[in-house]
Design a protein. Structure first.
Length: 162
């Protein structure tokens, strides 16, 4: 299987994928190079996961010999939150994000969890189109991204749909 549970040996790649994914997704939206290139650091994130490997517990990776994508989710009683979904920028457009999200949806169905949800930056049009293509829709709830004037949109999907 190409999608599997994350393991401690994956931490360096997970950190790279998340940091570079965030830079690619958000630099143009937030236009804050201090955050993009000083706060967002691969070594710091890897250190964070190494200190508490239990954080990998709800994370899946796409691994075809190279870890190319990661999805992190948080399971609640009646919903699963998609916290992060990033694909190595060099491998975008190859269906990796779809496979990761599909696995999370499939697991929700198998576990009888009725819905999945996530928050997406309103200006992140590529991500919004991706999630909408996979059955998510805006619920109408919004929140301001802390420390900015940007809005996040709450997206939800019923696990029985797609």
């Amino acid at each position: 299987m190409l999608v599997r549970n994350a393991e401690e040996r994956d931490i360096p790649r997970i950190a790279e994928i998340i940091i570079f994914g965030k830079r690619v997704a958000y630099r143009d939206i937030f236009q804050d190079d201090a955050v993009s290139f000083q706060e967002l650091q691969v070594v710091s994130l890897a250190r964070h996961y190494n200190k508490d490997p239990k954080l990998l517990g709800q994370m899946l990776v796409y691994d075809d010999g190279i870890v190319k994508g990661v999805i992190n989710r948080r399971q609640g009683q009646d919903a699963i939150e998609i916290c992060e979904l990033y694909v190595e920028p060099f491998f975008l457009g190859q269906g990796i994000g779809s496979k990761l999200l599909g696995q999370a949806i499939q697991e929700a169905r198998q576990q009888g969890v009725p819905s999945l949800y996530l928050w997406v930056v309103a200006d992140n049009l590529k991500a919004r189109a991706f999630y909408e293509k996979h059955g998510f829709s805006a619920s109408g709830k919004t929140a301001v991204v802390e420390g900015t004037d940007k809005l996040e949109l709450h997206y939800v999907m019923q696990a029985g749909q797609q």
